[in-house]
Each structure stands twice: as structure tokens, then as C-alpha cells.
Write a protein that binds this ligand. Structure first.
Ligand code: PEP
Length: 250
């Protein structure tokens, strides 16, 4: 049985007090969410402490949106995986397309981040996905396959068992355009097959989330697909009501 997960990526949104209020609204509504659905909140670094205070004792888990690829030292502006774990994070988003695109994160950087996350006991939510021109050129399987192989194939069986994958077609992120359930299932199945080629039956247990304009109106159809185990939610995660409605869509 794979975990069902709905994770909210708040990106660079909300001030700390607003983030704490949003987390509180989500905690208040958690009884409406089936108990086998893991909710995860990924606020900005500056809110982690406050959000952790709010969710402590609830079933909601805390995630960061990024971590450093180094252990510690003279890396101005970076935040280490150890710091995140000590702040109460149990997950960290890695390789989000916005980080790949705007901050030039490569597979080499992501290998370092992955290692740091795992060594510090954080579960990586590893994002993959193709750009519009790559899909239009029919290259989406190649692109996503390479993103999986270059960063996950070096992991041990114990390490891969900690990883969550998020498939996020770049053309669907924040655009209002969602992949159809069939398009999403097709590539989720491909990701699972690619993982199985390296990790065998362990691939069956790896949660693969869909991300890209997922909202209450389309979550049910997406989550009904065999290889879609939940969602990584951007815009709709900023409204407690929508986030909870998505989590009730399994
Ligand atoms: C995301 O960026 O992780 C995301 C899925 O964003 P949105 O839901 O806003 O498309």
C-alpha cells in the first residue's frame, strides 16, 4: 500500500503570521481529511518555526522548499538539511522546476542536496517534469527519464524507500492548464517503470505525486489514476478550504 500524500508548496507567499493562520485553519479542518492521507505543508524558511508550533501534535507534517547541497560552513544565504531537521521538518522539496529554471539547479547540485537531505533524515519530495517545448517535441519521456536516472539511480534501496517523487509538467505549473488524467497517468506509470528498472519491487511503494494547477475540481479524477498517489499543490494550497477539499478527493 503506497502512502497518499497532499503537500502544499507555499513558494514565496504569505508573511509569517499569515502562514501560521493558514496552518491553523488546516489543522482545524483535519478531521475532514481521511486518516490515511498525509498532509504536508512547505512554507518559506522564515515561517518554519511558527508553522511547526501550530502543527505540533497534529498529523500534519512540515517540509522545506529547498536545502543546501553542503553540510555546513561558509555558504552565505544557504540553509542546511540539519537546520531543517532541527526545526521540525521531516520532508524537503528538491528540484522544483522554478529552482531548476531560475537558480540553475542541475542534477549535480541535486545529487548533493539529495545526499544532505537523506543523511539528515529528511524525506525528499523530488520534482521532475518537462517544459512545453519538450512535450511538443515528444521528448517528455526522455527528459523525465533522465531527471529520474541522474538523481535517483545512485541511491541505495534504503534511501530510495524514503523518496517521494512529484511529476510536475512545467507547462501546467501556475498556468491553470492541467495535464489530463490520461497524460498524467501515462507518465506516472513511466516513472514507476523507470524506477522499477533500477530498484525492482521497491518502485511499487514509492509515492508519485502530480503537480500543476491541481485544484478541487480536477483532483478527484487525477487521484483516481493507478499511479497517482496524491498531489503537490501550489496556488490552491494557499486557501485552507481548497487544500482540504483536494485532500478529500481520493
Ligand atoms: C507547484 O509549483 O509545485 C505547483 C504545483 O503549482 P500550481 O499548483 O500553482 O500549479
Amino acid at each position: 500500500m503506497r502512502m497518499k500524500i497532499v503537500a502544499g508548496n507555499w513558494k514565496m507567499n504569505t508573511l509569517p503570521a499569515e502562514g501560521a493562520a493558514l496552518a491553523q485553519d488546516i489543522v482545524n479542518a483535519i478531521a475532514e481529511v481521511p486518516s490515511d492521507v498525509q498532509l504536508i505543508l512547505a512554507p518559506p524558511f522564515t515561517h518554519l518555526d511558527r508553522v511547526e508550533e501550530v502543527i505540533k501534535g497534529s498529523a500534519v507534517a512540515l517540509s522545506a522548499q529547498n536545502c543546501a547541497d553542503k553540510d555546513k560552513g561558509a555558504y552565505t544565504g544557504e540553509v542546511s538539511a540539519a537546520m531543517l531537521a532541527a526545526t521540525g521538518c521531516t520532508y524537503v522539496i528538491l528540484g522544483h522546476s522554478e529552482r531548476r529554471e531560475y537558480y540553475h539547479e542541475t542534477s549535480a547540485t541535486l545529487n548533493g542536496k539529495m545526499a544532505m537531505a537523506l543523511v539528515n533524515g529528511l524525506r525528499p519530495i523530488y520534482c521532475v517534469g518537462e517544459k512545453l517545448e519538450e512535450r511538443e517535441a515528444g521528448r517528455h519521456f526522455d527528459v523525465v527519464g533522465s531527471q529520474i536516472k541522474e538523481v535517483l539511480y545512485g541511491l541505495t534501496p534504503e534511501q530510495i524507500a524514503c523518496v517521494v517523487v512529484a511529476y510536475e509538467p512545467v507547462w501546467a505549473i501556475g498556468t491553470g492548464k492541467t495535464a489530463t488524467a490520461e497524460q498524467a497517468q501515462e507518465i506516472h506509470a513511466f516513472i514507476r517503470k523507470t524506477l522499477a528498472e533500477k530498484f525492482g519491487v521497491l518502485a511499487e511503494n514509492i509515492p508519485i505525486l502530480y503537480g500543476g494547477s491541481c485544484k478541487p475540481s480536477n483532483a478527484r479524477e487525477l487521484f483516481a489514476q493507478n499511479d497517482i498517489d496524491g498531489g503537490l499543490i501550489g496556488g490552491a494550497a494557499l486557501k485552507a478550504e481548497d487544500f482540504i477539499a483536494i485532500a478529500r478527493s481520493f
